[in-house]
Design a protein around this ligand. Structure first.
Ligand SMILES: C[S@@+](CC[C@H](N)C(=O)[O-])C[C@H]1O[C@@H](n2cnc3c(N)ncnc32)[C@H](O)[C@@H]1O
Length: 234
């Protein structure tokens, strides 16, 4: 295995699925009913013509991988940095392996579609990761990537004294970054909603961020705004 050292903050986030599950549970679709994972799934489905090889990088617990693998004619493989998540994905029947998007253990031109959901913002050497994705994609293949905007939950962060997020792969810079490796980049922007039934649930969410943010008292429920972009690159 190539260099697969993980920064400590990622270990604390992804050595179990508790924090990710706490965060995922509060998200609701846009006012017109669009959910980012569903939109990414549709983009992946659209990108496939006949039997297709699909790679998911940073698969987490494997929920999306399981969904994609159930599509007719799909052969799917998924990788994730976290051993625990690889085990959880395997328990769903997904062909999941431990790996780093910067060192993909696959031959050139192996896949018709590569999917990266909310993971590129963790990658320190983004240029290397995208070069790897491009290398393993067949000519004409599609890369689908989902990420957040810098103002994702900006209202909640402002209210709790948090710093504005600046992601290395975001709604704001994603199109430009992907454009360095792909000639055709499309985007769909979604304004999602985080709904907290009470202060306790909001604080539980903040605690997963490990930033020491404290939610002022409030009578629930409360809604905050998410900014998510689904990119399709060829
Ligand atoms: C926010 S989670 C998203 C998981 C999943 N895609 C989802 O949408 O639920 C980020 C995932 O990326 C993985 N990850 C982070 N950096 C990675 C890297 N360089 N290579 C592979 N996986 C990585 C983490 O272990 C984690 O499972």
């Amino acid at each position: 295995m190539d260099d697969i050292t993980r920064p400590e903050h990622l270990r604390s986030q992804y050595d179990t699925d508790d924090k990710l599950a706490t965060r995922t549970s509060v998200w609701q679709p846009t006012d017109d009913g669009r959910d980012p994972s569903n939109e990414a799934f549709k983009a992946i489905d659209r990108a496939m013509t006949g039997d297709s090889d699909v790679l998911e990088v940073g698969c987490g617990t494997g929920a999306m991988a399981e969904r994609i693998a159930a599509l007719p004619g799909v052969t799917l493989v998924a990788i994730d940095w976290s051993d625990a998540f690889v085990e959880l994905a395997r328990a769903r029947g997904v062909d999941a392996r431990q790996g780093d998007v910067c060192y993909l253990p696959f031959e050139d031109d192996s896949f018709d579609v590569v999917y990266a959901g909310w993971m590129l913002y963790h990658v320190r050497d983004l240029d290397r990761a995208l070069a790897e994705v491009r290398r393993v994609l067949r000519p004409g293949g599609t890369f689908v990537a989902v990420t957040n905007g810098d103002d994702h939950l900006g209202d909640l962060r402002r209210e709790t004294g948090g710093r504005r997020m600046v992601l290395n792969f975001s709604s704001e810079n994603g199109e430009f970054t992907l454009g360095r490796r792909f000639s055709d980049v499309r985007r769909q922007d979604l304004e999602t909603r985080a709904v907290f039934v009470d202060r306790e649930q909001a604080q539980a969410y903040l605690d997963t961020l490990d930033e020491g943010l404290v939610m002022p008292d409030f009578e629930g429920p409360r809604t905050y705004t998410g900014h998510v972009t689904v990119f399709e690159a060829r």
